[in-house]
Write a protein that binds this ligand. Structure first.
Ligand code: GDP
Ligand code: MN
Length: 383
């Protein structure tokens, strides 16, 4: 789950990482009063709250010198579109005066199987370019999850990138706080870009990006509360309500894949992708899917207009194949111009195949996964 910037700021404040005073608004009436009541000092920065980066370059970060300017900017920026996300909230913050923009992040690195600290003294909106043109300015070091942040790791990242060593203690302090936050909130990514250096030599977070592992949400009620403010995919919400896990993948894809288990789901996606087809979305049915639930899952899949083929791969154990087949028929009876490929193995498979064969619906029973993938590709349209 990707947090909005002001939600990330809430966490950073909790861990003692300095940020500027700010408010969040979602409507124009009363904005001037709210700025005054909060005692925010000009100049201010107005920032579109969307779950994507690159806002600065897209006009989603603007500065105001006075009240009139601030209100005008809010009028212009509220509900603006930034890379496909609508800014339904704006953060109004005091502008920090800074002499440097550093980049700092910790992410869960699958290669080193540990939290990875990434630092650059050349932070800001062009960090992606720097990574390509001047990789020597970016340092990475794995962190030991049990020992935390060692002094030598901080020395290493600063020496390697030529960062001003006078700020070593300040940087270590910030990294330690950020690591605590990363750890306690089961984050996959915590990023501060830019981390600014203000007049008093203090490091201050001017932006915050946080991605939380969805599997940890059951122990993070404060993060679940944040979710209401996010623009979530409608099918993700719909699926979650009935305990399915819906995963949007490639917008241009036309295939939907569902299975009872995430491992098999991934194998199926790999095989389809290898054949050059793109998967639009995947859905994990979990265990014990009944006919009703299978039908519901298919309906959710076909709510995506791009999907014309759904592939269901069932390994029957707890899930009975005949149940799955009945659910498939129910859903497909109400769907025109769409195809379903069904591969089932296990309990009551023969009966399931009979049900499908006798249904007269556009459902293909495949003997195994490669056969199913062949069937998907035969009927697939690609662009
Ligand atoms: P992003 O483009 O989505 O990463 O949005 P940021 O919050 O990082 O803002 C983009 C850029 O605006 C930053 O890299 C800074 O250069 C600038 N900026 C944002 N907030 C402030 C601030 O409070 N003071 C100053 N001086 N610059 C800021
Ligand atoms: Mn940024």
């Amino acid at each position: 789950m990707k947090l909005l910037e002001y939600q990330a700021r809430t966490l950073m404040e909790k861990f003692g990482i300095p940020v500027k005073p700010h408010i969040v608004v979602d409507e124009i009436p009363g904005v001037a009063e709210r700025i005054r009541n909060a005692g925010l000092a000009y100049p201010l920065v107005i920032k579109a709250q969307v779950q994507t980066g690159g806002r600065g370059k897209a006009g989603g970060v603007q500065f105001a010198e006075d009240e009139d300017g601030a209100v005008k900017l809010c009028e212009k920026m509220l509900h603006m579109d930034i890379r496909g996300f609508r800014a339904d909230e704006l953060m109004i913050s005091e502008k920090a005066e800074i002499s440097r923009e550093w980049y700092l992040s910790i992410l869960l690195d699958r290669l080193t199987k540990s939290p990875l600290l990434i630092f650059s003294p050349a932070g800001g909106v062009d960090i992606e370019e720097t990574a390509g043109t001047n990789p020597g300015m970016i340092a990475k070091v794995p962190l030991d999850p049990l020992r935390g942040v060692a002094d030598y790791s901080i020395s290493y990242i600063m020496d390697k990138t030529g960062a001003d060593p006078r700020y070593r203690d300040a940087l270590r302090d910030t990294v330690q706080k950020l690591f605590r936050m990363f750890f306690d909130y089961h984050a996959m990514l915590v990023e501060i870009n830019p981390l600014g250096l203000d007049e008093s030599g203090r490091l201050i977070a001017l932006d915050g990006k946080v991605e939380i592992d969805d599997n940890a949400l059951s122990v993070l009620p404060d993060i679940v509360a944040f979710r209401e403010k996010l623009q979530e995919d409608p099918q993700v919400i719909e699926a979650r309500k009935v305990n399915f896990h819906f995963i949007p993948m490639e917008d241009s894809g036309t295939v939907g894949v569902m299975s009872n288990g995430s491992g098999m789901l991934m194998s199926c996606i790999d095989l389809i992708s290898k054949k050059g087809m793109k998967v639009h979305a995947a859905l994990d049915l979990g265990g014990g899917a009944t006919a009703d639930r299978i039908a519901e899952a298919i309906r959710i899949m076909f709510k995506r207009p791009r999907i014309d083929t759904v592939f269901i791969c069932i390994f029957g154990g707890i899930t009975r194949c005949d149940e799955a087949a009945r659910g498939a028929c129910t859903a497909m009876a109400g769907t025109a111009g769409k195809r379903l490929i069904l591969r089932m193995e296990g309990t009551n498979k023969e009966e399931a195949v009979r049900i499908i064969a006798g249904s007269g619906l556009p459902i293909v029973s495949a003997g195994d996964i490669p056969e199913a993938v062949e069937a998907i590709c035969r009927g697939g349209r690609e662009e």
